[in-house]
Design a protein around this ligand. Sequence first.
Ligand code: CA
Length: 492
Amino acid sequence: MKRLQLSLQIMGALVLWAGVANATTDTKDLLVKFTDAKAANRYALRAQTGGAKIENLGDGQWVRIQFADKQIQDRSLRDLRSNPNVLATQPNYPVRLLNNYRVNDPALRARLAEIREAQAAAPKKPDNLDIPARGPGGSGTDGEYSKQWGMNDNNVKGSWGQGRGKGTIVAVIDTGVDYTHEDLTDNLWRNAGESGTDSQGRNKATNGVDDDNNGFIDDTIGWDFVSNDNKPYDLYMEGLDLLMGGGNPGHGTHCAGNVGAIADNGRGIAGVAPETKIMVLRFLSEKGEGSTAGAIQSINYAVKMGAKVLSNSWGSEGEDPADGAQNQALRDAIKAAQDAGVLFIAAAGNGHQGVGYDNDKDAKPAYPASYDHENIVSVAALDSGDKLGSFSNWGSKSVDIGAPGVVVFSTTAGGKYSDTVIDMYGIKATWDGTSMATPHVAGAAALYWSVNPNATWREVRDAIMKSSKPINSLNGKSVSGGKLNVENLMKY
Ligand code: CA
Protein backbone atom coordinates (compact mmCIF):
# COMPACT_ATOMS: atom_id res chain seq x y z
CA MET A 1 0.00 0.00 0.00
CA LYS A 2 1.23 3.42 -0.89
CA ARG A 3 2.08 5.33 2.20
CA LEU A 4 -0.08 8.34 2.74
CA GLN A 5 1.88 11.51 3.04
CA LEU A 6 0.35 13.94 5.42
CA SER A 7 1.45 17.42 6.13
CA LEU A 8 -1.75 17.93 7.99
CA GLN A 9 -1.17 19.29 11.42
CA ILE A 10 -3.47 17.58 13.80
CA MET A 11 -4.17 19.59 16.85
CA GLY A 12 -3.21 17.60 19.84
CA ALA A 13 -5.26 20.04 21.77
CA LEU A 14 -8.65 18.55 22.20
CA VAL A 15 -11.23 20.45 24.08
CA LEU A 16 -14.93 20.54 23.94
CA TRP A 17 -15.78 23.86 22.58
CA ALA A 18 -18.95 25.59 21.66
CA GLY A 19 -20.08 27.09 18.46
CA VAL A 20 -22.68 29.63 19.34
CA ALA A 21 -25.93 30.21 17.53
CA ASN A 22 -26.79 33.71 16.53
CA ALA A 23 -29.03 35.02 19.26
CA THR A 24 -31.13 37.16 17.01
CA THR A 25 -32.08 34.59 14.38
CA ASP A 26 -32.17 31.15 15.98
CA THR A 27 -35.14 31.04 18.26
CA LYS A 28 -36.48 27.57 17.54
CA ASP A 29 -34.55 26.22 20.50
CA LEU A 30 -34.87 28.45 23.52
CA LEU A 31 -34.08 28.46 27.20
CA VAL A 32 -36.67 30.32 29.23
CA LYS A 33 -36.51 31.25 32.88
CA PHE A 34 -39.78 31.31 34.78
CA THR A 35 -40.41 32.83 38.17
CA ASP A 36 -41.16 29.40 39.62
CA ALA A 37 -41.93 25.79 38.77
CA LYS A 38 -45.69 26.34 38.84
CA ALA A 39 -45.52 29.01 36.17
CA ALA A 40 -43.15 26.87 34.13
CA ASN A 41 -45.48 23.88 34.32
CA ARG A 42 -48.51 25.95 33.40
CA TYR A 43 -46.72 27.26 30.36
CA ALA A 44 -45.43 23.79 29.45
CA LEU A 45 -48.93 22.35 29.40
CA ARG A 46 -50.11 25.00 26.97
CA ALA A 47 -47.01 24.91 24.79
CA GLN A 48 -47.10 21.14 24.51
CA THR A 49 -50.59 21.25 23.06
CA GLY A 50 -49.11 23.55 20.41
CA GLY A 51 -46.55 20.88 19.53
CA ALA A 52 -43.56 22.35 21.34
CA LYS A 53 -41.10 20.04 23.07
CA ILE A 54 -40.46 21.04 26.66
CA GLU A 55 -37.68 19.93 29.01
CA ASN A 56 -37.03 21.06 32.53
CA LEU A 57 -33.41 21.83 33.23
CA GLY A 58 -33.70 20.67 36.82
CA ASP A 59 -33.70 23.87 38.86
CA GLY A 60 -37.45 24.52 38.78
CA GLN A 61 -37.09 27.71 36.74
CA TRP A 62 -35.21 27.19 33.49
CA VAL A 63 -36.99 25.28 30.74
CA ARG A 64 -35.87 24.30 27.25
CA ILE A 65 -38.50 24.92 24.59
CA GLN A 66 -38.19 23.59 21.05
CA PHE A 67 -40.94 25.00 18.89
CA ALA A 68 -42.63 22.87 16.26
CA ASP A 69 -42.91 25.48 13.55
CA LYS A 70 -42.21 29.10 12.81
CA GLN A 71 -45.77 30.33 13.22
CA ILE A 72 -46.18 28.81 16.63
CA GLN A 73 -42.74 29.98 17.55
CA ASP A 74 -43.43 33.59 16.65
CA ARG A 75 -46.73 33.65 18.49
CA SER A 76 -45.22 31.88 21.46
CA LEU A 77 -42.30 34.25 21.63
CA ARG A 78 -44.67 37.19 21.80
CA ASP A 79 -46.57 35.38 24.55
CA LEU A 80 -43.38 34.63 26.43
CA ARG A 81 -42.11 38.18 26.29
CA SER A 82 -45.37 39.56 27.64
CA ASN A 83 -45.68 36.83 30.26
CA PRO A 84 -45.02 38.40 33.68
CA ASN A 85 -43.81 35.00 34.90
CA VAL A 86 -40.94 34.93 32.41
CA LEU A 87 -37.70 36.39 33.75
CA ALA A 88 -35.39 35.70 30.81
CA THR A 89 -35.15 34.07 27.40
CA GLN A 90 -32.02 33.09 25.51
CA PRO A 91 -30.87 30.71 22.77
CA ASN A 92 -29.93 27.19 23.74
CA TYR A 93 -26.32 27.66 22.69
CA PRO A 94 -24.85 24.54 21.11
CA VAL A 95 -21.72 22.93 22.52
CA ARG A 96 -19.50 20.77 20.35
CA LEU A 97 -16.04 19.34 19.96
CA LEU A 98 -14.03 22.14 18.42
CA ASN A 99 -10.85 20.41 17.40
CA ASN A 100 -11.73 17.05 16.09
CA TYR A 101 -9.69 14.67 14.04
CA ARG A 102 -11.62 14.81 10.83
CA VAL A 103 -9.33 14.92 7.80
CA ASN A 104 -10.55 17.52 5.32
CA ASP A 105 -8.08 17.19 2.46
CA PRO A 106 -10.13 15.76 -0.46
CA ALA A 107 -7.36 13.58 -1.92
CA LEU A 108 -6.50 12.16 1.42
CA ARG A 109 -10.13 11.59 2.27
CA ALA A 110 -10.55 9.63 -0.93
CA ARG A 111 -7.63 7.39 -0.03
CA LEU A 112 -8.89 6.91 3.50
CA ALA A 113 -12.35 6.11 2.17
CA GLU A 114 -10.91 3.30 0.07
CA ILE A 115 -9.18 1.85 3.05
CA ARG A 116 -12.24 2.20 5.16
CA GLU A 117 -14.59 0.54 2.69
CA ALA A 118 -16.67 -2.13 4.32
CA GLN A 119 -15.39 -1.16 7.72
CA ALA A 120 -17.92 1.54 8.47
CA ALA A 121 -20.10 0.96 11.47
CA ALA A 122 -21.93 3.39 13.68
CA PRO A 123 -20.75 3.32 17.27
CA LYS A 124 -22.98 1.36 19.56
CA LYS A 125 -23.49 1.10 23.25
CA PRO A 126 -22.34 -2.31 24.55
CA ASP A 127 -24.73 -5.17 23.70
CA ASN A 128 -24.94 -6.04 27.32
CA LEU A 129 -26.66 -2.99 28.70
CA ASP A 130 -26.18 -3.99 32.30
CA ILE A 131 -23.67 -1.81 34.00
CA PRO A 132 -21.30 -4.26 35.68
CA ALA A 133 -21.80 -4.40 39.43
CA ARG A 134 -18.11 -5.02 39.85
CA GLY A 135 -15.02 -4.91 37.71
CA PRO A 136 -12.32 -7.56 37.82
CA GLY A 137 -10.59 -7.75 41.17
CA GLY A 138 -6.89 -7.80 41.76
CA SER A 139 -4.08 -6.19 43.64
CA GLY A 140 -0.62 -5.00 42.90
CA THR A 141 1.08 -2.27 41.00
CA ASP A 142 -0.78 -0.27 38.39
CA GLY A 143 1.32 -1.32 35.42
CA GLU A 144 0.91 1.88 33.43
CA TYR A 145 1.34 4.30 36.33
CA SER A 146 4.88 5.19 35.28
CA LYS A 147 3.42 6.63 32.06
CA GLN A 148 1.31 9.08 34.03
CA TRP A 149 3.92 11.79 34.27
CA GLY A 150 1.44 14.16 35.88
CA MET A 151 0.81 11.78 38.78
CA ASN A 152 4.52 11.35 39.35
CA ASP A 153 5.18 15.07 39.05
CA ASN A 154 2.61 15.65 41.79
CA ASN A 155 3.88 12.77 43.93
CA VAL A 156 0.28 11.68 44.07
CA LYS A 157 1.13 8.25 45.47
CA GLY A 158 3.13 9.82 48.26
CA SER A 159 0.06 11.79 49.27
CA TRP A 160 -2.32 8.89 49.60
CA GLY A 161 -1.22 8.09 53.14
CA GLN A 162 -3.44 10.97 54.25
CA GLY A 163 -6.42 10.16 52.10
CA ARG A 164 -7.49 8.78 48.77
CA GLY A 165 -10.69 10.65 48.08
CA LYS A 166 -13.02 8.42 50.06
CA GLY A 167 -16.45 9.90 50.73
CA THR A 168 -16.32 12.41 47.89
CA ILE A 169 -18.15 12.42 44.57
CA VAL A 170 -16.76 13.99 41.40
CA ALA A 171 -19.15 14.48 38.51
CA VAL A 172 -17.53 14.14 35.10
CA ILE A 173 -19.73 16.21 32.80
CA ASP A 174 -18.67 15.20 29.33
CA THR A 175 -19.20 12.63 26.55
CA GLY A 176 -19.97 9.87 29.05
CA VAL A 177 -17.61 7.25 30.44
CA ASP A 178 -16.82 3.67 29.40
CA TYR A 179 -18.49 2.29 32.49
CA THR A 180 -17.36 -1.22 31.64
CA HIS A 181 -13.69 -0.22 31.92
CA GLU A 182 -11.79 -2.46 34.36
CA ASP A 183 -10.05 0.51 35.96
CA LEU A 184 -13.22 2.57 36.42
CA THR A 185 -16.25 0.36 37.08
CA ASP A 186 -15.70 -0.08 40.79
CA ASN A 187 -15.06 3.62 41.27
CA LEU A 188 -18.29 4.79 39.75
CA TRP A 189 -20.74 6.56 42.01
CA ARG A 190 -23.74 4.38 42.81
CA ASN A 191 -27.06 6.00 43.53
CA ALA A 192 -28.11 4.57 46.89
CA GLY A 193 -31.72 5.49 46.12
CA GLU A 194 -31.71 3.17 43.12
CA SER A 195 -30.03 0.19 44.75
CA GLY A 196 -31.30 -2.68 46.87
CA THR A 197 -34.78 -4.12 46.44
CA ASP A 198 -38.14 -2.41 46.28
CA SER A 199 -41.28 -3.37 48.22
CA GLN A 200 -42.04 -6.05 45.63
CA GLY A 201 -38.62 -7.59 45.94
CA ARG A 202 -37.36 -6.28 42.60
CA ASN A 203 -33.91 -4.82 42.03
CA LYS A 204 -34.31 -1.05 42.28
CA ALA A 205 -31.54 -0.53 39.73
CA THR A 206 -33.54 -2.24 37.01
CA ASN A 207 -37.20 -2.08 38.07
CA GLY A 208 -38.12 0.74 35.73
CA VAL A 209 -39.25 2.85 38.67
CA ASP A 210 -37.93 6.21 39.84
CA ASP A 211 -37.35 4.81 43.32
CA ASP A 212 -35.74 7.92 44.76
CA ASN A 213 -38.22 10.21 43.06
CA ASN A 214 -35.55 12.46 41.58
CA GLY A 215 -37.13 12.53 38.13
CA PHE A 216 -34.83 9.86 36.65
CA ILE A 217 -35.65 6.17 36.33
CA ASP A 218 -32.96 3.64 37.38
CA ASP A 219 -30.23 6.28 37.39
CA THR A 220 -27.61 4.10 39.02
CA ILE A 221 -24.36 5.85 37.99
CA GLY A 222 -25.61 9.15 36.54
CA TRP A 223 -27.58 10.04 33.44
CA ASP A 224 -27.31 10.33 29.69
CA PHE A 225 -28.86 13.66 28.73
CA VAL A 226 -28.17 13.00 25.03
CA SER A 227 -30.32 9.91 24.69
CA ASN A 228 -32.22 10.51 27.93
CA ASP A 229 -31.52 7.16 29.51
CA ASN A 230 -29.60 5.68 32.42
CA LYS A 231 -26.60 4.50 30.38
CA PRO A 232 -24.18 7.38 29.98
CA TYR A 233 -21.76 5.31 27.93
CA ASP A 234 -18.95 7.14 26.17
CA LEU A 235 -19.90 6.40 22.57
CA TYR A 236 -16.71 6.99 20.66
CA MET A 237 -15.27 7.07 17.18
CA GLU A 238 -11.94 5.50 16.42
CA GLY A 239 -9.45 4.93 13.65
CA LEU A 240 -10.68 5.68 10.18
CA ASP A 241 -14.14 6.63 11.38
CA LEU A 242 -12.58 9.36 13.47
CA LEU A 243 -10.46 10.56 10.55
CA MET A 244 -13.36 10.52 8.12
CA GLY A 245 -16.21 11.72 10.27
CA GLY A 246 -14.59 13.40 13.24
CA GLY A 247 -16.42 13.25 16.52
CA ASN A 248 -15.72 12.05 20.02
CA PRO A 249 -12.61 9.91 20.50
CA GLY A 250 -13.65 8.91 24.02
CA HIS A 251 -13.03 12.23 25.73
CA GLY A 252 -15.02 11.56 28.91
CA THR A 253 -13.36 8.22 29.62
CA HIS A 254 -9.93 9.83 29.36
CA CYS A 255 -10.98 12.58 31.76
CA ALA A 256 -12.52 10.15 34.26
CA GLY A 257 -9.33 8.08 34.57
CA ASN A 258 -7.25 10.94 35.85
CA VAL A 259 -9.92 11.93 38.33
CA GLY A 260 -10.30 8.54 39.93
CA ALA A 261 -9.11 5.36 38.21
CA ILE A 262 -8.63 2.51 40.68
CA ALA A 263 -5.20 2.28 42.32
CA ASP A 264 -3.26 -0.82 43.35
CA ASN A 265 -5.50 -3.24 41.49
CA GLY A 266 -2.70 -4.61 39.37
CA ARG A 267 -4.23 -3.00 36.30
CA GLY A 268 -3.65 0.08 34.25
CA ILE A 269 -3.39 3.46 35.87
CA ALA A 270 -4.44 5.36 38.98
CA GLY A 271 -6.40 8.58 39.27
CA VAL A 272 -5.44 11.45 41.55
CA ALA A 273 -8.21 10.40 43.94
CA PRO A 274 -8.49 6.61 43.58
CA GLU A 275 -11.22 6.23 46.17
CA THR A 276 -13.47 9.04 45.04
CA LYS A 277 -16.68 8.12 43.27
CA ILE A 278 -17.19 9.22 39.69
CA MET A 279 -20.68 10.35 38.73
CA VAL A 280 -21.16 10.02 34.99
CA LEU A 281 -23.10 12.69 33.14
CA ARG A 282 -23.25 12.62 29.37
CA PHE A 283 -24.36 15.67 27.43
CA LEU A 284 -22.19 15.40 24.32
CA SER A 285 -22.90 12.85 21.61
CA GLU A 286 -20.55 10.58 19.69
CA LYS A 287 -20.47 13.35 17.11
CA GLY A 288 -19.27 15.69 19.80
CA GLU A 289 -22.48 17.66 19.81
CA GLY A 290 -24.62 18.91 22.65
CA SER A 291 -26.10 22.07 24.05
CA THR A 292 -26.21 24.40 27.00
CA ALA A 293 -29.42 22.69 28.12
CA GLY A 294 -27.64 19.34 28.55
CA ALA A 295 -24.74 20.94 30.38
CA ILE A 296 -27.13 22.64 32.78
CA GLN A 297 -29.16 19.49 33.31
CA SER A 298 -25.90 17.70 34.13
CA ILE A 299 -24.80 20.38 36.58
CA ASN A 300 -28.17 20.45 38.31
CA TYR A 301 -28.31 16.65 38.52
CA ALA A 302 -24.80 16.46 39.97
CA VAL A 303 -25.48 19.07 42.62
CA LYS A 304 -28.82 17.53 43.57
CA MET A 305 -27.31 14.05 43.88
CA GLY A 306 -24.41 15.07 46.08
CA ALA A 307 -21.36 15.68 43.90
CA LYS A 308 -18.99 18.15 45.56
CA VAL A 309 -16.69 18.61 42.58
CA LEU A 310 -17.76 19.10 38.97
CA SER A 311 -15.11 18.35 36.32
CA ASN A 312 -15.87 20.41 33.20
CA SER A 313 -13.56 19.85 30.26
CA TRP A 314 -15.70 21.85 27.87
CA GLY A 315 -16.59 25.42 27.17
CA SER A 316 -17.84 28.08 24.87
CA GLU A 317 -15.57 30.44 23.06
CA GLY A 318 -18.46 32.52 21.90
CA GLU A 319 -18.39 33.20 18.17
CA ASP A 320 -20.30 36.29 18.98
CA PRO A 321 -18.21 37.56 21.88
CA ALA A 322 -21.22 38.63 23.86
CA ASP A 323 -22.98 35.31 23.68
CA GLY A 324 -20.82 33.33 26.08
CA ALA A 325 -21.07 36.08 28.64
CA GLN A 326 -24.80 36.31 28.14
CA ASN A 327 -25.43 32.65 28.77
CA GLN A 328 -27.48 33.46 31.85
CA ALA A 329 -28.87 29.95 32.15
CA LEU A 330 -25.38 28.50 32.50
CA ARG A 331 -24.34 31.23 34.90
CA ASP A 332 -27.39 30.53 37.04
CA ALA A 333 -26.55 26.83 37.20
CA ILE A 334 -22.97 27.49 38.31
CA LYS A 335 -24.18 29.98 40.92
CA ALA A 336 -26.63 27.39 42.22
CA ALA A 337 -23.74 24.94 42.46
CA GLN A 338 -21.80 27.51 44.47
CA ASP A 339 -24.77 28.09 46.77
CA ALA A 340 -24.86 24.33 47.33
CA GLY A 341 -21.17 24.30 48.28
CA VAL A 342 -19.91 22.74 45.06
CA LEU A 343 -16.63 23.47 43.25
CA PHE A 344 -16.72 23.92 39.48
CA ILE A 345 -13.42 22.98 37.87
CA ALA A 346 -13.26 24.29 34.28
CA ALA A 347 -10.88 23.98 31.34
CA ALA A 348 -9.29 27.38 30.57
CA GLY A 349 -9.70 26.77 26.85
CA ASN A 350 -7.50 25.71 23.95
CA GLY A 351 -7.10 28.96 22.10
CA HIS A 352 -8.11 30.00 18.63
CA GLN A 353 -7.22 27.29 16.08
CA GLY A 354 -5.05 25.73 18.72
CA VAL A 355 -3.10 28.83 19.69
CA GLY A 356 -3.63 29.86 23.29
CA TYR A 357 -4.67 33.38 24.26
CA ASP A 358 -5.32 35.63 27.23
CA ASN A 359 -8.78 35.03 28.67
CA ASP A 360 -8.53 38.39 30.50
CA LYS A 361 -8.08 40.45 27.35
CA ASP A 362 -9.26 38.52 24.35
CA ALA A 363 -12.56 39.49 22.76
CA LYS A 364 -13.57 35.85 23.05
CA PRO A 365 -12.66 34.58 26.48
CA ALA A 366 -13.49 30.96 27.15
CA TYR A 367 -16.68 30.33 29.10
CA PRO A 368 -17.59 29.04 31.64
CA ALA A 369 -13.92 29.15 32.72
CA SER A 370 -13.89 32.96 32.56
CA TYR A 371 -17.10 33.66 34.44
CA ASP A 372 -16.43 35.49 37.68
CA HIS A 373 -18.13 32.92 39.91
CA GLU A 374 -15.73 32.31 42.78
CA ASN A 375 -16.39 28.57 42.86
CA ILE A 376 -14.88 28.21 39.38
CA VAL A 377 -11.29 27.00 39.23
CA SER A 378 -10.02 27.63 35.69
CA VAL A 379 -7.21 25.29 34.65
CA ALA A 380 -4.41 25.84 32.12
CA ALA A 381 -2.45 22.95 30.55
CA LEU A 382 1.24 22.28 31.20
CA ASP A 383 3.73 19.89 29.68
CA SER A 384 6.12 17.73 31.66
CA GLY A 385 8.72 20.53 31.57
CA ASP A 386 6.39 23.06 33.26
CA LYS A 387 5.84 24.92 30.01
CA LEU A 388 2.39 26.16 29.12
CA GLY A 389 0.91 24.12 26.27
CA SER A 390 1.06 26.22 23.09
CA PHE A 391 -2.71 25.78 22.79
CA SER A 392 -3.51 26.66 26.41
CA ASN A 393 -5.28 29.86 27.35
CA TRP A 394 -4.04 31.86 30.30
CA GLY A 395 -5.13 34.92 32.26
CA SER A 396 -3.72 36.64 35.34
CA LYS A 397 -7.25 37.30 36.59
CA SER A 398 -9.31 34.55 35.03
CA VAL A 399 -7.10 31.46 34.90
CA ASP A 400 -6.35 30.04 38.31
CA ILE A 401 -3.78 27.28 38.05
CA GLY A 402 -1.90 24.95 35.71
CA ALA A 403 -2.00 21.15 35.65
CA PRO A 404 -0.68 18.30 33.48
CA GLY A 405 -2.25 18.66 30.03
CA VAL A 406 0.22 17.65 27.33
CA VAL A 407 0.67 13.99 26.30
CA VAL A 408 -1.53 12.77 29.10
CA PHE A 409 -1.92 9.05 29.71
CA SER A 410 -5.24 7.70 30.95
CA THR A 411 -8.03 5.20 30.53
CA THR A 412 -9.54 5.24 27.05
CA ALA A 413 -12.89 4.07 25.76
CA GLY A 414 -13.13 0.43 24.79
CA GLY A 415 -11.34 -0.78 27.91
CA LYS A 416 -7.94 0.56 26.92
CA TYR A 417 -5.24 2.96 28.10
CA SER A 418 -3.29 5.49 26.11
CA ASP A 419 -1.74 8.91 25.72
CA THR A 420 -2.40 8.80 21.99
CA VAL A 421 -5.71 9.62 20.35
CA ILE A 422 -4.75 8.36 16.93
CA ASP A 423 -1.63 7.09 15.20
CA MET A 424 -2.25 5.76 11.72
CA TYR A 425 -1.30 6.59 8.13
CA GLY A 426 1.15 9.13 9.42
CA ILE A 427 -1.46 10.99 11.40
CA LYS A 428 -0.63 11.16 15.06
CA ALA A 429 -2.27 13.06 17.85
CA THR A 430 -1.73 12.77 21.56
CA TRP A 431 -4.14 13.53 24.37
CA ASP A 432 -3.31 17.18 24.97
CA GLY A 433 -5.59 19.89 26.25
CA THR A 434 -6.89 21.98 29.07
CA SER A 435 -9.50 19.20 28.99
CA MET A 436 -6.85 16.83 30.28
CA ALA A 437 -5.52 19.27 32.90
CA THR A 438 -8.93 19.85 34.46
CA PRO A 439 -9.54 16.31 35.83
CA HIS A 440 -6.23 16.45 37.71
CA VAL A 441 -7.47 19.46 39.66
CA ALA A 442 -10.91 17.90 40.13
CA GLY A 443 -9.26 14.80 41.58
CA ALA A 444 -7.06 16.93 43.83
CA ALA A 445 -10.11 18.75 45.18
CA ALA A 446 -11.72 15.40 46.00
CA LEU A 447 -8.55 14.21 47.69
CA TYR A 448 -8.33 17.31 49.87
CA TRP A 449 -12.03 17.21 50.70
CA SER A 450 -11.78 13.59 51.79
CA VAL A 451 -9.38 14.49 54.60
CA ASN A 452 -11.01 17.86 55.32
CA PRO A 453 -14.67 16.91 55.12
CA ASN A 454 -15.87 20.08 56.81
CA ALA A 455 -14.00 22.41 54.49
CA THR A 456 -16.07 24.84 52.43
CA TRP A 457 -15.68 25.07 48.66
CA ARG A 458 -13.80 28.29 49.23
CA GLU A 459 -11.36 26.64 51.62
CA VAL A 460 -10.75 23.80 49.18
CA ARG A 461 -10.21 26.25 46.33
CA ASP A 462 -7.85 28.38 48.43
CA ALA A 463 -5.87 25.34 49.54
CA ILE A 464 -5.41 24.24 45.92
CA MET A 465 -4.28 27.73 44.94
CA LYS A 466 -1.99 28.43 47.89
CA SER A 467 -0.31 25.02 47.79
CA SER A 468 0.51 25.38 44.10
CA LYS A 469 4.13 25.43 43.04
CA PRO A 470 5.23 28.69 41.41
CA ILE A 471 6.49 28.24 37.86
CA ASN A 472 7.83 30.77 35.40
CA SER A 473 5.40 29.94 32.63
CA LEU A 474 2.40 30.90 34.76
CA ASN A 475 3.96 33.86 36.52
CA GLY A 476 1.71 36.80 35.62
CA LYS A 477 -0.41 34.48 33.53
CA SER A 478 -2.56 32.98 36.25
CA VAL A 479 -4.04 33.91 39.61
CA SER A 480 -1.90 31.46 41.59
CA GLY A 481 1.16 31.80 39.37
CA GLY A 482 1.74 28.11 39.78
CA LYS A 483 0.94 24.52 39.00
CA LEU A 484 -1.07 21.98 40.88
CA ASN A 485 1.00 20.40 43.63
CA VAL A 486 -0.93 17.56 45.22
CA GLU A 487 1.87 16.71 47.63
CA ASN A 488 1.85 20.26 49.05
CA LEU A 489 -1.94 20.38 49.00
CA MET A 490 -2.25 17.34 51.23
CA LYS A 491 0.12 18.91 53.74
CA TYR A 492 -1.70 22.20 53.60
CA1 CA B 1 -34.24 7.91 40.27
